[in-house]
Design a protein around this ligand. Sequence first.
Ligand code: FA5
Length: 341
Amino acid sequence: MEENLAELERDSVSAIAAATSPDELEAIRVRVLGRKGGALAEISKGMGKLAPEDRARLGKLLNQAKAAIESALESRTAEFESAALTARLDAEWLDLTLPPAGVKPGALHPLTQIQQEIEDLFRSMGFAVLDGPEVEDEFHNFDALNIPPDHPARDMQDTFWLTGGWLLRTHTSPVQVRGMERYPLPLRMIAPGRVFRNESVDASHEHTFYQLEGMMIDRDVSVGNLIYFMQTLLTEVFHQPATVRLRPGFFPFVEPGFELDIRCLICGGSGCAVCKHSGWVELLPCGLVNPNVLRMSNIDPDKWNGFAFGLGLTRLVMMRYAINDIRLLQSGDLRFLNQFS
Ligand code: FA5
């Protein structure tokens, strides 16, 4: 019996070591340790016939053999579990430092991209970049720009009026006035910003759009200086000479005043909804600063003069990228915006 037991322990431990799967291990466990019909159970059945002292000794040996087989089963099971875990970790390995799939990094809006390009250009030519309030007073938006209350020019810019005489600025020109109030002469400044007009929206008109104001006050500023800066601006933005035309324009704050139009780049000049079938787009009104405007900002027009311009920044972006509807720019439509990232 002792020999049987020793042989069972040896065979079982080596079968456990050679097992290639958890199922095989389970089959060995049932065969050797199973309560009914297991090999150990069969040996212990025969112990009843033994003398008491032999029974005690054999009982001890039987327990030792059982413990040894159980321990071999346990450590082989642990090996299988650890191999299974390693295989799963290898199969499901994730690089947590990678950006999530399908999420694109953000990008600047095309308007912001061009605004920054123009800011860099003018900074390189000695201009300061100024900011002004979107909620303005009547004085800065109109009066100080030589547009008194009954002046017809007020009707040209349909105004969103707020209570208490405040309004949403209809153009970036009030920042000219704030620049002259605040900074010493000579002055070179630009002021990009959002403006608001209570007008019907179509392919080339928004109620909320962007302009970029520019002003230079110095001694003996001429129309030649103005044209030079306008040409430099357009060449920089379009990277090639754009076809433009200059015609007289009326704005109470400049004298003489001009309208600089650009040949429509959506249709090439043949006519479309953006240029209202004229082939030209109003882009860059400008002129020499009206002496009244200088006087209202306590500047002596006999000593100083200057030019000013009010670029339609949103329209410029449309021309640069051939965007055929202004409403796309503020639509938030990712199919549109993804083209600029
Ligand atoms: C002005 O706003 C003047 N303050 C510009 C100026 C500044 C003239 C300094 C002289 C000296 P105007 O209303 O034309 O001008 O607007 C300027 C530009 O803004 C237009 O040429 C056009 O490009 C753009 N613009 C005007 N209305 C709209 C609109 N509803 N939607 C989009 N762009 C517009």
